[in-house]
Write a protein that binds this ligand. Structure first.
Ligand code: HEC
Length: 132
């Protein structure tokens, strides 16, 4: 009896994997898809590291399920805060009491130099090109 159940479970798990893997691969592809043009590297870094939650053009994900992150385009904090304050959010993330949007979104993860080597350049991009 136990063996029969186990035999049933294998194709069920395989079926689940078959459904979920292509979806994840498609998303990764979309985010990683390089866009030509000026500041290509930093734009691609944004799409790769930030676009999955904040939207590939910074439009945010408040309209999606799950709601992942606020918009960075048109966001007064991005436009007005000193670069050093924004870099601090990128490096440390936002968890616990630092959270501003705790009722809407999950935590903002921290990004070390291995994931975001050029935080200065990225913030410059957030304040300029992303706002166009
Ligand atoms: C896993 C999803 C996720 C990823 C990936 C992510 N963020 Fe966030 N980010 C969030 C969430 C959620 C918040 C809101 C946290 C809060 O409640 O304050 C946030 C907030 C921010 C804020 C503050 C916005 C504000 O209005 O106060 C900045 C700046 C920011 N993120 C930049 C980035 C950058 C740059 C990247 C890429 C290096 C990035 N984020 C990647 C989820 C993410």
């Amino acid at each position: 009896m136990k063996t029969k159940l186990a035999l049933l479970a294998v194709p069920m798990v395989a079926g689940l994997l078959a459904v979920s893997v292509p979806v994840a691969a498609e998303q990764a592809n979309f985010i990683n898809n390089p866009v030509p043009g000026e500041h290509q590297n930093v734009r691609n870094l944004f799409r790769l590291r930030c676009g999955g939650c904040h939207g590939v053009n910074g439009e945010g994900a408040a309209h999606l399920i799950p709601k992942l992150a606020p918009a960075l385009k048109g966001n007064p904090f991005i436009i007005n805060a000193p670069a050093a304050v924004i870099i601090n959010v990128i490096r440390k993330g936002r968890t616990g009491r630092a959270r501003l949007y705790h009722d809407q979104f999950p935590n903002m993860p921290a990004f070390g130099v291995e994931l975001v080597p050029n935080a200065d350049e990225l913030v410059q991009f957030l304040k300029t090109d992303l706002q166009q």
